[in-house]
Design a binder for this molecule. Structure first.
Ligand code: FE2
Ligand code: FE2
Length: 187
């Protein structure tokens, strides 16, 4: 058996030897899902993901505020859309927090400094029109910063990259929804 194993390894030099893989797995068993083959700088990735987490939390808070404060003749449909976005952002925050833990980091939920860590802003807005416009400012900021993160993660951390690609696609939908809403309310 061992002879076959080493023969296989010699034929496929790009594969790490199974014995080495097993030894590594035992050595790093306490470090969780991330193995020695992880090529990215874990501290930087965790820091970036915490910024994305803060961005999502700020977006949840802004959309919630807008949801509850929406008033006027178009309020019902717009408020429903705001709530849907708030729930999407909450889902994103949860996914990002889970990934941070998977990387051996700690998700930062500290309200202190939340706005500093976030890329998007918290703006209340008075009219429906103001609220939608503020959300339309915030979404492209998230989109641009997530695009940068995706580029940075590249092939060094494909799992974080795919996570952020999925989230990015939803942020693009949010921006589209807001453009449509703005058209519907006629301003
Ligand atoms: Fe989001
Ligand atoms: Fe969004």
């Amino acid at each position: 058996m061992p002879a076959t194993g080493s023969k296989k390894a010699a034929q496929k030099p790009f594969l790490t030897d199974i014995k080495t893989l097993r030894e590594r797995a035992r050595r790093h068993i306490e470090e969780g899902a991330v193995t020695e083959g992880y090529a990215a700088d874990r501290n930087i990735v965790v820091k970036l993901l915490n910024e994305a987490l803060a961005t999502e939390i700020v977006c949840v808070l802004r959309y919630k505020r807008h949801h509850f404060m929406a008033s006027g003749i178009h309020a019902e449909s717009v408020a429903a859309e705001f709530l849907e976005h708030a729930n999407d952002e909450q889902g994103h925050a949860d996914q990002i927090a889970a990934r941070i833990v998977q990387l051996g980091g700690e998700p930062n939920f500290n309200p202190e400094g939340l706005l500093t860590r976030s890329h998007a802003e918290y703006v209340e807005g008075h009219t429906l029109n103001d609220m939608i416009k503020e959300d339309l400012v915030a979404e492209p900021i998230a989109i641009d910063s997530y695009r940068d993160m995706i580029k940075y993660f590249g092939n060094d951390d494909p799992t974080s990259r795919r996570l952020m690609e999925g989230i990015l696609a939803v942020e693009e939908e949010h921006a589209d929804d807001l453009v449509n809403l703005l058209g519907e309310i006629g301003k």
